[in-house]
Design a protein around this ligand. Structure first.
Ligand code: DC
Length: 207
């Protein structure tokens, strides 16, 4: 397939968007962009003392490879810089160009279906309860050998949810065309299968 075909996958922190997105991209042979990494890279720069808007304008794709972008401190910094409209505006062209590349693309984030690519052919909103998401994040941290406190992880999830959903510019919410995939009581395999089925239905024009 050489035509553009965009899959927009939005949802709150730790809902399983990353896993679902990577699996959908691998299944269909599409490119994948985790747009949270863009905000994390800007957040990491701010923690080093750079101005957020300057950091967003100067962002290089190589910066997305840095493993330290995955820390909890950078996640909170990302959610703070994501509130700034000029930061969001500076990052949107890169995301749109990626979305419309030939051969298909999956973008995951918070505002892909609502703002970045409202024309995305397939749109999913992957969610789960705050407790389930915190439990998954906590287990992941434990497996990495980090000493995490569950209540603290839950608090972090709630703070980020509030900031992401209550901001004025591009708040987190499902687009009108999004298929809501609540993974609270689903295995990863079942969530991935449901997402692939949705995208396949859009691809074959059944829905
Ligand atoms: O998906 P993530 O946890 O890596 O995202 C980190 C933060 O970046 C998130 O709390 C809000 C922000 N973000 C955003 O505002 N819009 C996006 N499309 C992706 C992430």
């Amino acid at each position: 397939m050489t035509e553009p075909f965009t899959v927009a996958i939005d949802g709150p922190a730790a809902a399983g968007k990353g896993t679902v997105s990577r699996a959908v991209a691998a299944h269909f042979g599409f490119a994948h962009l985790d747009t949270g990494l863009l905000y994390r890279a800007v957040g990491a720069q701010v923690l080093q003392g750079t101005n957020a808007i300057d950091a967003a304008h100067a962002l290089m794709p190589e910066a997305l490879e840095d493993p330290s972008l995955r820390t909890a401190a950078v996640a909170q910094a990302a959610s703070k810089v994501a509130v700034i409209p000029q930061v969001r505006a500076a990052l949107v062209d890169f995301q749109r160009a990626f979305a419309r590349r030939a051969g298909g693309a999956v973008l995951d984030g918070r505002d892909i279906g609502t703002v970045v690519v409202p024309q995305a052919e397939a749109q999913l909103f992957v969610t789960a309860s705050a407790e389930v998401r915190a439990k998954r994040r906590w287990t992941e941290l434990k497996e990495r050998g980090e000493d995490a406190d569950f209540e603290q992880v839950l608090e972090d999830v709630r703070i980020r949810d509030a900031r992401d959903t209550e901001r004025a510019t591009a708040p987190l919410r499902p687009s009108e065309r999004a298929y809501i995939l609540d993974t609270s009581h689903m295995s990863i395999d079942a969530a991935v299968a449901a997402a692939i089925a949705q995208v396949e239905a859009k691809r074959s024009g059944l829905r």
